[in-house]
Design a binder for this molecule. Structure first.
Ligand code: ASP
Length: 333
C-alpha cells in the first residue's frame, strides 16, 4: 500500500557505508581519520536534508551514492579501483521497497555516475540489469553525463594495483589494498587497509512516507579479471529493499555475498522467521557469510527506522543521520 501523506510515527533515517576491511591503525594519522569522517558527515548532511524536506528514500540514497561516487576516497566512480588490465569496470544498483522496483548496471566505464544509470534502468522499467556497452548506450539516451574512462583513475588506485600485482595477490578488496601500500611505504595508508577493504559504497533510507530504498555502487575488487561482476549490482546479493522488511546494501568479498544472497537473506529472515533487523543482519554477517569464507559487512534499515551496521572485518566506513540530529560516523569497531 502506498502512503499518501507522511506517517506520524515514522522517523526518517539514512545510513551510508564506504567499504569494510582490515585496519592499518598504526600507520594512520588523526588527520586521515578526520578526512574520511568529514566526507561521510558531509554526505549524510546532504542526504538527510532530502528526508527532512519530505523527499523520498530513493532520492536520498541516490544523492548519497552520487556524492560517494564523486569522492576519490571511496572505491566507486572517481577513485574506483583498477582491473587486472588496468581498466575500470563499475557496477551499481538501486531498489525501492515499494513495489520492488529495481535497476542495475554492470561493467560500465563511461558513465560518470553509475548510480544514475541504475536509476534510469529502474525508471524505464523494461529490464532490471544492463551490462557493458548496452548499459552505456542506454545511459547516453537517457542524457546522463558521460566521461572518458580515465575520469575514474587516481594515482593511489594505480599504486594499489601495482602493490597487488607485486604480491601476486588475486582480486583484493579495496581497503585491504591500501594497507599494503602504506606498509610498503609508497603512500600514506588510509584508515582501512586498501588491499583488503571492500571499497564499495552504499546507502539505505526510510522516508517520512514509510518507504525504504537501497543503493550500492562500486569499482569492484582491485586486480579483478575483466568481465568479473560482483554482488553490488545483483538484486538480492549486494542490494535489496522491501517495504515489508528492510533495505540493505552490502560491501565485501562479492563472490560470497552472491552465494548466500546476502541482502535478500536479511529481509527473508525478517519476513519468514519474524527475526528483528538486528538478529537478521547479524546472522548473515556473522554466520551465513563466514560459513562460505565471506568477509565484509552491510548496512540495513527497517520500516520502523531501526538501523544495523554489522561487519566481520576490523572496520567499515559508516554513518547514519536522522533529520534534526547531527550525523554519527564510525570507522573502527
Ligand atoms: N562487494 C564488492 C565486489 O565484490 C567489493 C567491495 O565491496 O569492495 O565487487
Amino acid at each position: 500500500m502506498t502512503a499518501t501523506s507522511p506517517l506520524p510515527d515514522v522517523r526518517p533515517v539514512i545510513a551510508i557505508h564506504g567499504g569494510a576491511g582490515t585496519l592499518s591503525r598504526a600507520a594512520i594519522s588523526g588527520q586521515q581519520v578526520e578526512d574520511y569522517q568529514q566526507a561521510l558527515r558531509d554526505i549524510l548532511h546532504a542526504a538527510s536534508a532530502v528526508l527532512a524536506r519530505g523527499g523520498s528514500a530513493v532520492d536520498a540514497v541516490c544523492l548519497a551514492v552520487r556524492m560517494l561516487e564523486d569522492c576519490p576516497l571511496f572505491n566507486a566512480g572517481h577513485g574506483a579501483v583498477f582491473t587486472a588490465d588496468e581498466t575500470h569496470e563499475l557496477d551499481a544498483a538501486v531498489m525501492e521497497g515499494t513495489g520492488l522496483a529495481a535497476g542495475a548496471v554492470a561493467g560500465v566505464s563511461r558513465i560518470r555516475h553509475p548510480i544514475d544509470a541504475a536509476r534510469a534502468v529502474m525508471r524505464h522499467g523494461q529490464h532490471v540489469l544492463m551490462a557493458g556497452a548496452g548499459a552505456e548506450a542506454m545511459a547516453r539516451e537517457a542524457g546522463l553525463s558521460m566521461v572518458e574512462p580515465d575520469h575514474f583513475s587516481t594515482d593511489a588506485r594505480r599504486q594499489q594495483l601495482r602493490a597487488a600485482r607485486a604480491r601476486q595477490a588475486g582480486a583484493v578488496l579495496d581497503h585491504d589494498g591500501a594497507a599494503a601500500m602504506g606498509a610498503s611505504g609508497t603512500l600514506p595508508a588510509p584508515p582501512l587497509a586498501e588491499d583488503s577493504k571492500m571499497g564499495t559504497v552504499g546507502a539505505v533510507a526510510l522516508d517520512a512516507w514509510g518507504h525504504l530504498a537501497a543503493a550500492t555502487s562500486t569499482g569492484g575488487m582491485t586486480n579483478k579479471r575483466p568481465g568479473r561482476v560482483g554482488d553490488s549490482p545483483l538484486i538480492g546479493a549486494g542490494t535489496y529493499a522491501d517495504d515489508r522488511s528492510a533495505a540493505v546494501s552490502c560491501t565485501g568479498h562479492g563472490e560470497a555475498f552472491i552465494r548466500v544472497a546476502a541482502a535478500h537473506d536479511v529481509c527473508a529472515r525478517m519476513a519468514y522467521g519474524g527475526a528483528s533487523l538486528q538478529a537478521a543482519a547479524e546472522a548473515v554477517v556473522h554466520r551465513a557469510l563466514p560459513a562460505v569464507g565471506g568477509t565484509g559487512g552491510l548496512i540495513a534499515v527497517d520500516r520502523l527506522g531501526n538501523v544495523c551496521l554489522p561487519f566481520n572485518t576490523e572496520g567499515m566506513y559508516r554513518g547514519l543521520a536522522r533529520p534534526g540530529s547531527a550525523p554519527e560516523t564510525f570507522i573502527f569497531r
